[in-house]
Design a protein around this ligand. Structure first.
Ligand code: RB5
Length: 150
């Protein structure tokens, strides 16, 4: 993928890992917009999921990455937004497949679950893998239909 800019966000529990992934992506020449949190003070993960999803919805970037303790709260919050398909992944196969088959646009992972090396691999694979379209398109459209109907 030719994505040169992505959005990232975390709560306090994901801050340290987020900063390591941002450094890694910057070294790759990828610009990262960090929507916060910026300090280790306790905060609420939905606030940062909302901030990131608004930017994806506005077209500021195609892809985003959210980090919390587990990645789960962030993925639940992100998936409540129209047009957001968030996947919580802690293995590289899932990070690749969720781009190829689900056209996921937000990757979530947990600082209490994955180490920095794996997190950087997850981010790289998610950013570098293209959606396949084709037979997956009708199914991804069904996800949008669920949003519209509920
Ligand atoms: C914060 O303690 C923790 O609950 C949060 O980071 C996340 O793991 C929630 O899903």
């Amino acid at each position: 993928m030719v994505t040169k800019k992505i959005i990232m966000g975390s709560d306090h529990a994901g801050l340290s890992l987020k900063l390591k992934v941002i450094e890694h992506l910057n070294e790759r020449g990828i610009e990262v917009v960090d929507v916060g949190t910026y300090t280790a003070d306790s905060c609420s993960y939905p606030d940062y999921a909302i901030a990131l999803c608004k930017k994806i919805q506005a077209g500021e970037a195609e892809l985003g990455i959210l980090v919390c303790g587990t990645g789960i709260g962030m993925s639940i919050a992100a998936n409540k937004h129209n047009g957001i398909r968030a996947a919580c992944c802690s293995d590289t196969f899932s990070a690749r497949m969720t781009r190829m088959h689900n056209n996921a646009n937000v990757l979530c992972f947990g600082e209490r679950v994955v180490g920095a090396g794996l997190a950087c691999d997850l981010a790289d694979i998610f950013i570098d893998t293209e959606y396949l379209g084709g037979r997956h398109e009708a199914r991804v459209q069904m996800l949008a239909d669920i949003e519209a109907a509920n």
